[in-house]
Design a protein around this ligand. Structure first.
Ligand code: ASP
Ligand code: MG
Length: 418
């Protein structure tokens, strides 16, 4: 069996959905399980619904209508006949969502979040499945919540592998075109859970693992995994082959092509992961599999912008030791500041961090009582795996290098644009 994942961008409009059908027609669809995300930016739109819901905002209804309108347009573009059963099916899902919003009593934000955002995937797979059937490809629509069982840690649920394995082994039919939702699961009480933003790749890996699938393919609007983001680097090239280990390293340093959690289950069973273009489905794309680390062997560039470089030194020239360091890390954790690079010397300690939630000012107020704090905002962190002189020059040219760290395979440079 092959597992295919189509993300939000691939099903963002009627043309996208038609293209999914074209891809399946081209590469075959017997014995396939499709994992599909919410259409386009639907998850973000539903996050806005949740925000209005908790703010008790008058805009709640308009936000729901917006999501409805978007899907309705796609339905109209795909199916001329409004008597097609898909219209009623999607309406029923929106009615369920509205019923939930009107009757929910739980004040638990994360719980509500999962119950609401899940409609994105439920609706997208309903539309896709009806469209496939309409085009003569019989599909089996699966409610992923009957398969992927998790704990009740809403928004970041942990998979119960044993139960999930049992459900999938028992109830996924082979030799069919199965369609299911990415990103979702259900807890022991059968409430909906989610696996974390961008979690659909992970869903594909879960199914592949439990089905002993022959491969997973992630269909994207790019030809595969590149060694650099073509928006920032000239001469970005397609990588044909990446080993699991190398892909995990790249994801660790922030390469966003592959969701990091996705790789582990695949690596365990040596199931290859292909990243391919949904525009040219017959092209090879990238294979993440057992084999050489990187082919072609090129430096790989990962850029993280809008970072904060913080240097802490002791006020009394004492050393910064384990005890201080663990205290500092506990604070970063508490303020949800993500540490991307660490460097320390006898009397100073530097970190390059990402302050997604704008908590640094509050943290600084605490740190400044104990340390001398220097910081530089708006810096860029470049990571180069398999660096060479040319690659280093590329990132250092015309910039001020504030910090540099080099290990055998990886160079990291914090720069300020000048
Ligand atoms: N729809 C979810 C999200 O946007 C899951 C996914 O796309 O992977 O985060
Ligand atoms: Mg997505």
């Amino acid at each position: 069996m092959r597992v295919f994942k189509f993300g939000g961008a691939s099903v963002k409009d009627a043309a996208g959905i038609k293209n999914v059908q074209y891809v399946l027609q081209t590469v075959g669809y017997e014995d396939v399980l499709l994992v599909v995300s919410a259409m386009g930016k639907t998850t973000n739109a539903l996050e806005l619904v949740i925000k209005h819901y908790f703010d008790k905002s008058a805009e709640l209804n308009a936000a729901v209508q917006e999501v409805k309108k978007y899907h309705n347009q796609i339905l109209l573009d795909l199916f001329e006949d409004e008597n097609n059963a898909v219209f009623a099916a999607v309406s029923a899902q929106f009615a369920d969502l509205e019923y939930f919003l009107a009757h929910n009593k739980s004040p638990n934000y994360n719980f509500v979040y999962d119950q609401v955002v899940s409609y994105g995937e439920l609706i997208s797979t309903t539309i896709l499945s009806h469209y496939m059937n309409f085009m003569g490809m019989a599909t089996q629509w699966l409610d992923v919540r009957n398969f992927v069982k998790t704990d009740a840690n809403y928004r970041d649920a942990e998979v119960d592998w044993e139960l999930t394995q049992a459900n999938i082994s028992k109830n996924v039919k082979r030799k069919t075109l199965n369609i299911t939702q990415g990103f979702l699961g259900s807890d022991p009480n059968n409430f909906t859970t989610t696996l974390g933003r961008e979690g659909s790749d992970y869903t594909a890996a879960i199914f592949a693992y439990c089905l002993n699938a022959e491969s997973v393919t992630i269909w994207k609007d790019v030809p595969g995994v590149m060694n650099a983001d073509p928006r920032y680097f000239e001469n970005a090239s397609l990588l044909n082959q990446i080993s699991y280990r190398e892909a995990i390293e790249l994801a660790f340093y922030g390469a966003t092509v592959i969701h990091p959690k996705t790789l582990q289950p695949l690596q365990k069973k040596e199931i290859p992961l292909y990243v391919k273009s949904f525009i040219n489905p017959l092209l090879q794309g990238t294979s993440v599999s057992k084999g050489v680390d990187l082919e072609p062997y090129l430096p790989c560039f990962i850029v993280k912008r809008n970072q904060l470089l913080i240097s802490l030194s002791s006020i009394d020239f004492s050393f910064i030791m384990e005890e201080n360091i663990s205290e500092i890390f506990a604070l970063f954790h508490q303020f949800k500041i993500k540490v991307n690079l660490i460097q320390n010397s006898a009397i100073s300690f530097s970190v390059c961090v990402e302050d997604k939630f704008n908590n640094f000012a509050a943290l600084n107020a605490i740190l400044s009582k104990k340390f001398k704090v220097d910081f530089e905002e708006n810096v860029t962190l470049y990571t180069i795996r398999h660096f060479n002189d040319g690659a280093a020059q590329t990132v250092e040219a015309n910039k001020t290098v504030l910090l540099k760290q080099v290990s055998r395979e990886t160079m990291q440079v914090v720069t300020k644009e000048v």
